[in-house]
Design a protein around this ligand. Structure first.
Ligand code: ZN
Ligand code: ZN
Length: 289
């Protein structure tokens, strides 16, 4: 099923009915998802990049580490557009403060774009206090603006490689393209191949069925799961060694296909339950919260 504006409206309605994600946040997500649909990046906008040679890649080195991702010429313009799209939502006061910081030259927009692309969390820390009602707005809005670019760069880097193929099983945990951690996973085909989705470049890549992607534990006794009867098809795969978990969907017997970012939003109750039990999610959700 394609990701269309109509499907988006339906998926947001399902989340609204579940009542877990606050209405204000749903509105923000809907706006951003719509904007991203209209502002995809095509392959010919991405410059040529040199990827890691075969031998080193096999040893676990990403094809193009996140820190080496090219910066889009329109990165700042894209970010301004996203802020504009959010200017009349519940985060409007925080948006306005960010826009003022930029106008007053108190934040370098090019540096902010680079900080997001390279994963420099330290850059964002001082600004969180300036938007206390929405402390994650800065990285969230940058992620919203730049994810289509990261996806396009990753597409180009992968080229004709099929990282979800049987022979492509990757057991290094991090994303084989950019090196970031997975944000969610999905079980596919009759055999239930396990595929992870990268939190940064959204690459889908095949992984071993039983392995913690964060500490690489493979001992079955350490690997468990959490689920909930009212969320069929969703599971949190837990690792008792590092106390972390990854959310994985299994829609093989259901009449639905995965849409990682929306699936993640719809199943937030599972994250809340896991956190109460002391499990940690090492990445933010697909929506940066
Ligand atoms: Zn990646
Ligand atoms: Zn682990």
């Amino acid at each position: 099923m394609p990701q269309t504006p109509e499907r988006l409206v339906q998926r947001i309605a399902v989340c609204r009915q579940a009542g877990v994600v606050p209405e204000a946040m749903l509105q923000v997500v809907e706006r951003v998802a719509r904007w991203q649909m209209d502002h995809g990046v095509s392959a010919d906008e991405v410059p040529e990049v040199t990827s890691t040679e075969r031998e080193r890649h096999h040893q676990g080195v990403p094809l193009l580490p996140r820190s080496a991702f090219p910066v889009p010429a329109d990165g700042v313009a894209r970010w301004h557009m996203v802020l504009e799209v959010l200017a009349d939502t519940a985060v409007a006061p925080a948006v306005e403060r960010l826009q003022r910081l930029l106008e007053d030259g108190e934040m370098d927009p090019e540096a902010a774009v680079r900080a997001y692309l390279t994963g420099d969390e330290a850059f964002f820390a001082p600004y969180a206090a300036k938007t206390p009602d929405a402390p994650r707005l800065l990285p969230f809005s940058l992620a919203a603006a730049l994810t289509p670019w990261a996806v396009a760069v990753a597409d180009k880097v992968r080229g004709t490689r099929d990282l979800t193929a049987r022979e492509a099983v990757w057991n290094h945990g991090h994303c084989p393209v950019c090196g970031a951690l997975p944000v969610v996973g999905d079980l596919r085909e009759k055999e239930g191949y396990r595929v992870h989705i990268c939190s940064f470049c959204r690459t889908a890549y095949r992984v071993p069925r039983l392995q913690c992607p964060f500490c690489l534990e493979t001992a079955q006794g350490q690997l468990g799961f959490l689920d909930a009867p009212d969320l069929p098809g969703f599971r949190l795969l837990t690792c008792a060694t590092c106390r972390m978990y990854l959310k994985v969907t299994d829609f093989r017997t259901m009449d639905r296909t995965s849409w990682p970012a929306m699936d993640d939003l719809e199943s937030m109750t599972l994250d809340l339950a896991a956190m109460e039990q002391g499990w940690r999610r090492p990445t933010l959700s697909a929506w940066g919260f």
